[in-house]
Write a protein that binds this ligand. Structure first.
Ligand SMILES: [Mg+2]
Length: 290
């Protein structure tokens, strides 16, 4: 009888010890995958039903505004800096970004997670050449309907001009309206009379605006809609602020929690920082509510 409490205590201690070690002290087994900062966001992006519902609701809501946009000759979705002519009377167009706006490239991200690699131009180019990206829910239906109603869709993308043929193939094969390869305006497109820099899309938007009235713009990045003078949280907000009334009417934003200019805005756009330094800056940028 007296031995029982001792055994019970011993068992408790052993069990407690086991629990403690298992939850606090044991390094990951070799079979455990390495930590990756993009895992949860990528899992959400690729597998959640919620993402499909969000993109579908964006494109359906845009469809509701299409009649009004077509009927009103003063309706134009270009930022003022990208428009120096009168759009009334010009044929209608819609501008969409490509990646994570109409096409889903999450398999490329998954490959990086599984290999422990990070983004490289080489692996990205190989993915683009596969022509394997799939449409986001609702995008083909909305843009197809717009095209049937006489709207030209321009794909203003920071895929490069050299990646244009593969991108056009991918878009066509998945059902997007793209009658002419000229509807793809990639990074490196030369726009006469407009000195654009790098990935800024202002000159390419201006080019579309010279020949078309732009009914709507779609993007997963603020820079898809308007050029950002300063990529800080405040600078990004300031770029969009004059157009707040256009959100959900002329400008439409798709979700992308995996990557985007919102991220480097948190570490001073300094990609030379180590991954740990960037992670520290991102943690520091969060608000704990105190
Ligand atoms: Mg994009």
């Amino acid at each position: 009888m007296r031995a029982l409490p001792v055994l019970t205590l011993l068992a408790s201690a052993l069990l407690g010890g086991c629990v403690s070690v298992a939850t606090h002290g044991t390094p990951p087994a070799s079979a455990d995958p390495a930590a990756d900062d993009s895992l949860n966001a990528t899992a959400w992006y690729q597998t959640s039903l919620e993402r499909d519902l969000i993109t579908r609701e964006v494109f359906r809501a845009a469809g509701v505004h299409l009649d009004a946009a077509l009927a009103d000759p003063s309706w134009d979705a270009l930022p003022r800096a990208d428009r120096d002519n009168d759009p009334a009377g010009l044929p209608p167009a819609i501008i969409v970004d490509v990646d994570e706006t109409v096409l889903d490239n999450s398999p490329h991200q998954v490959r990086m997670i599984r290999s422990g690699g990070s983004f490289s131009e080489g692996s990205w180019d190989a993915w683009v050449e596969e022509r394997a990206a799939t449409p986001l829910a609702g995008a083909v239906e909305f843009l197809g309907e717009a095209a049937r109603r006489g709207v030209t869709v321009f794909y203003v993308s920071n895929r490069t001009v050299a990646q244009g043929p593969a991108t056009v193939d991918n878009l066509r094969a998945t059902g997007f309206p793209i009658a002419s390869a000229d509807q793809f305006l990639g990074k490196g497109t030369v726009v006469e009379g407009c000195a654009g820099t790098g990935s800024d899309k202002g000159c390419r938007r201006e080019l579309v605006g010279r020949s078309h009235r732009v009914l709507m713009q779609f993007g997963d990045q603020v820079g898809d809609l308007v050029d950002i003078a300063s990529n800080t949280r405040a600078g990004r907000a300031a770029a969009v602020a004059p157009y707040a009334a256009w959100i959900g009417e002329r400008w439409w934003v798709l979700p992308n929690p995996v990557y985007g200019s919102w991220e480097p805005a948190l570490f001073g756009n300094d990609w030379s920082l180590s991954e740990g330094q960037r992670r520290a800056a991102k943690q520091a940028a969060l608000d704990a509510g105190q």
